[in-house]
Design a protein around this ligand. Structure first.
Ligand code: AMP
Length: 287
């Protein structure tokens, strides 16, 4: 039975009871409109902890004024049924007023790592993410919190948040879940028209081709430019970035002995899609 909890104080009581009984507690923060990607986080949480809390909160702080906060999908009863079927222990469903009390003014500023890539395209986004995640961690006090690699920059920002603020929680990344044609699952995919949904596959395809070229030793600039051209040729309206970065610092991937990440964001119709793939470090041949 998945209990729905709307108050922070009630959530704390539940978690305190579990912890007192020696159980490990995992938190899976989401904005709802749940899909297989979210459910993979839940399954991993259940492997690593005995109690799992899923939060659903469409966080106004991480949306820009011209973004989709109002039209973001909110299929609550469907979400609740999915969590129930998965055996999740509690759904934390706070109101905006519960999370942001009158006069709320605190912000956690990630600094430069939150100002590049999606942070450049969406000013204030990662301060909104870092602030809400810090609040959710403070409210739920989990041993472990799980986030998808689909939002790679978010994962790097949150690892840094927990490390630099000494928050007593482990952050676990979970690999991206994809549709059978390779498109990463996303709550925003419902915005795509049938034609756009077909065109969208060009995003994982361009990333895969670029990853192969980079791992074979090609230079960053031409590979990134070719991937961008492929997206535009496939019908994307504009490309915010296609770029190979250090997987942890998000600086350009110049030191290829370190793990890299190829990241992209592009607009298809009125939908902004993001995706990323790992770049394996070059192995020095010793023979
Ligand atoms: P969201 O509801 O979009 O804020 O996502 C909640 C969590 O689910 C975040 O940690 C996301 O990175 C993760 N997530 C979203 N889509 C996927 C996916 N396709 N595969 C794995 N994790 C995902």
């Amino acid at each position: 039975m998945t209990e729905t909890v709307t108050q922070i104080a009630d959530l704390r009581r539940h978690v305190a009871t579990w912890r007192h009984a020696g159980e490990a507690v995992a938190l899976v923060p989401t904005m709802g409109a749940l899909h297989d990607g979210h459910m993979a986080l839940v399954a991993e949480a259940q492997r690593r902890a005995t109690r799992v809390v899923v939060s659903i909160f469409v966080n106004p702080l991480q949306f820009g004024p011209a973004e989709d906060f109002d039209r973001y999908p909110r299929p609550l009863e469907r979400d609740r049924a999915l969590l129930e079927a998965a055996g999740v222990d509690a759904l934390f469903l706070p109101s905006v007023a519960e999370m942001y009390t009158p006069g709320f003014s605190m912000r956690i500023e990630p600094g430069p790592i939150g100002e590049v890539l999606d942070g450049a395209a969406r000013p204030g986004h990662f301060a909104g993410v870092a602030t809400v995640v810090a609040k959710l961690l403070g409210a739920a006090t989990p041993d472990l919190a799980l986030f998808g690699e689909k939002d790679w920059q978010q994962l790097t920002v949150l690892r840094k948040l927990v490390r630099e603020l000494n928050l007593p929680v482990a952050i676990q990344g979970v690999p991206t879940v994809r549709d059978s044609d390779g498109l990463a699952r996303s709550s925003r995919n419902v915005y795509l028209s049938p034609e756009e949904r077909l065109q969208a596959v060009a995003l994982p395809q361009a990333l895969q081709a670029a990853t192969a070229a980079l791992e074979a030793g090609a230079a960053l600039g031409p590979v990134e430019a070719a991937a961008e051209a492929a997206l535009l040729a496939a019908g994307f309206a504009s490309v915010d970035y296609v770029t190979a970065r250090d997987a942890e610092t998000l600086e350009p991937w110049h030191d290829r002995s370190r793990p890299g990440r190829l990241l992209a964001a592009a607009h298809l119709g009125r939908t902004r899609l993001i995706d990323n793939l790992p770049l394996s470090p070059a192995v020095h041949q010793s023979i």
